[in-house]
Design a protein around this ligand. Structure first.
Ligand code: SF4
Length: 629
């Protein structure tokens, strides 16, 4: 028995044995976890035991789509998930372009890669199955070169995900690049691919997506929504600029990551150098424009720039511009576009790379590291030469780059300094939104399943943190977290932002199942509860680790929010985090789902695990001599 909107086929490839098989997901699992993000968490929870070494063959990689993939406009995302070598937490990251829809057209809802190959390989997938092929000749190549080579060997129409030199060298901030410019960026998932000696995955969508429950009405609804997103003035800014206007907004709101989060408010004319019209000036629309071809919004635009005599193309976005530029203090547009191109080619997460380099440059500024340790002379913030050099050193794990390749938390531990300047949560480097400009956002960072992610829920208020206790906005953050994670589970792109009420009717046309929004939100809530239990059984002690970096507890130094911190004080922080636990049905102090919550979520089989997780956290606190009231 199956469900409309799904192929009911998950492809499983074991790289240790070379075995390829197709298995049928359980209908009950699809009903409870939908697909994409939430379903990937269920699989990972069952298959990756707590304590697993993320870089061992026991770790697994999931590439999962949701039921909207290839059926609903804007459902372009594929969830990639594994245990992160950066944080040792189950971590999902979502990539756009046409890998997800191609997987669906090839006849699969998801792909699981397990084991590890001895020699470099790549995977070729089409409607006839999957084949593991040798990749000796492309090992060592950049993502761009590898994608070109794999396309030549398979099909120009194949969608290709590849790692670069960073992933091969197990750099903990390595990403997976899809079709040259899109990334499953966070958590070092590229290093997991590298540990499996898997250079690339090519998917040819040579078949059809699954049949939805009501194809005619879905077609009509799809056309209606496509036209709406393509023409509505509400989306004109993102259609025109993509996200590249972001630095103007974040700077004005006191939320930019400028100078390693030292100066969230920066002048408009400085922010404008890396935003909006400045980027538009170098925009091109090449004939080989592929990304977003079927998308009504088409947010990501190619630019062509010249840096040190080299002409190149890249698709910048806010996070790249802000983290590789503002966070490192480099406001030279063409240099920052080049950094963006370089991290993509090397297979490095632009957010974590900008963050760790910004941190190192702050150490330089403060005289905490010198030329001898660095191996070269650096000027501190704004030194474009140093940033370019450091990107290469990180990707190649050379010199100081070998330390930065471990991520900002480990780097500060290895060097034995700068921990108070390192901006991360649970080891995941913070992205380009300083929460001191948005009351309650810090609660999202502190409690997110993966660490400091800007994609795990925003509070609805625009009030600055000084306006009142953060506790007051936790509920709206939790609802937004559910809403975003539901979209991740359906494969919907966040920028093709269907109103929430539109989702249940579309879900019914695809799957035939009639479900209300609050019922659908249970799927991501289940995934989050499982992630939390898994993390607690592994290493997480929520009352200690659900926290924010020291910098965010200090008031902003300048600008309209001068003196404003992420929370009013320590007590406000703790109360807001506990309020989140309460809303979720977790233990209000220990931060772990209660056994009865697992029953209420329809997962009675996880009751015993919740009990064990609670006991484990309690014991760790006792062993550490910490008493919590
Ligand atoms: S809005 Fe942008 S990221 Fe989203 S599907 Fe369209 S082109 Fe891709």
């Amino acid at each position: 028995m199956g469900l409309p909107g799904y192929h009911m086929r998950i492809l499983r490839v074991n790289l240790s044995t070379g075995r390829v098989r197709v298995e049928e997901p359980r209908v009950e699992d699809l009903e409870l976890f939908i697909g994409g993000k939430a379903l990937a968490y269920l699989y990972a929870y069952r298959e990756i035991p707590p304590g697993t070494d993320p870089l061992s063959p026991s770790n697994k990689l999931y590439f999962f789509t949701g039921p909207f993939s290839a059926l609903v406009p804007g459902a372009s995302k594929v969830t990639v998930m594994a245990k992160s070598p950066l944080t040792r937490l189950l971590t999902d990251s979502h990539a756009g372009d046409y890998f997800g829809p191609s997987l669906r057209k090839a006849g699969y809802d998801g792909l699981v890669v397990e084991g590890a190959s001895k020699d470099p390989v790549y995977l070729y997938i089409d409607s006839r199955g999957a084949e593991v092929r040798g990749a000796e000749r492309i090992w060592g190549k950049t993502t761009r070169e590898a994608i070109d080579a794999v396309k030549r060997e398979t099909s120009a129409k194949a969608s290709v995900a590849a790692i670069g030199p960073a992933g091969e060298r197990l750099v903990r901030i390595a990403n997976i690049i899809f079709d040259y410019e899109r990334a499953a960026g966070r958590g070092g998932l590229g290093a997991v691919m590298g540990s499996k000696k898997l250079k690339a995955i090519a998917v040819l969508g040579d078949g059809s997506p699954p049949r939805p429950a009501d194809p005619e009405r879905l077609q009509a609804e799809g056309e209606k929504w496509y036209n709406y997103f393509a023409t509505s003035p509400r989306y004109s800014d993102i259609r025109e600029y993509g996200t590249t206007n972001g630095l103007l907004y974040s700077a004005a709101l006191g939320m930019s990551p400028a100078y390693n989060f030292e100066t969230p408010s920066i002048p408009e004319d400085l922010a404008a150098k890396l935003a909006g019209d400045s980027i538009k000036e170098v925009e091109v629309d090449p004939p080989w424009y592929i990304h977003g071809a079927s998308c009504p919004v088409k947010c990501a635009r190619y630019t062509e720039a010249l840096y040190k005599g080299l002409r190149f193309r890249v698709k910048p976005e806010y996070e790249n511009l802000a983290m590789l530029g503002a966070a490192t203090g480099v406001f030279d547009r063409d240099a920052v576009l080049y950094f963006n191109r370089l991290v993509n080619d090397m297979g490095l997460d632009s957010i974590s790379t900008g963050n760790v380099i910004g941190w190192l440059l702050e150490l330089v500024e403060r005289g905490l590291i010198g030329e001898e340790e660095l191996g070269f002379k650096a000027r501190g913030f704004g030194d474009a030469e140093a940033v370019e050099r450091l990107i290469r050193l990180i990707a190649e794990r050379r010199g100081i780059g070998a330390i930065l390749a471990e991520g900002v938390k480990r780097a500060s531990e290895i060097l034995g300094r700068g921990a108070d300047l390192a901006v991360h949560v649970k080891g995941l480097e913070a992205p380009a939104w300083d929460p001191r400009g948005r009351r309650g956002l810090a609660v999202s960072y502190a409690t997110a399943d993966v660490g400091a992610s800007h994609l795990r829920g925003w509070p609805s208020t625009r009030d600055p943190p000084s306006a009142g206790p953060a506790r007051e906005v936790v509920e709206s953050m939790a609802r937004n977290r559910d809403d975003d994670a539901l979209r991740d589970s359906l494969s919907l792109c966040r920028f093709v932002s269907y109103p929430s009420e539109a989702i249940p009717p579309l879900y019914k046309l695809v799957t035939g199942l009639e479900r209300g929004l609050n019922d659908l939100y249970k799927a991501p809530q289940r995934a989050e509860a499982l992630a939390r239990i898994h993390a607690a059984l592994d290493w997480l002690v929520p009352p200690i680790h659900d926290d924010v970096p020291p910098k965010w507890m200090k008031g902003q130094p300048t600008g309209p929010l001068k003196g404003v911190a992420a929370f009013l004080d320590e007590r406000d922080k703790r109360e807001a985090i506990r309020e989140y636990y309460r809303i979720r049905g977790w233990h209000e102090i220990l931060g772990v789902p209660k056994p009865e919550t697992m029953e209420e979520l329809g997962l009675p089989w996880a009751r015993g695990d919740a009990e064990r997780a609670l006991r484990t956290v309690e014991e760790r606190l006792r062993a550490a001599g910490i008493e919590l009231g």
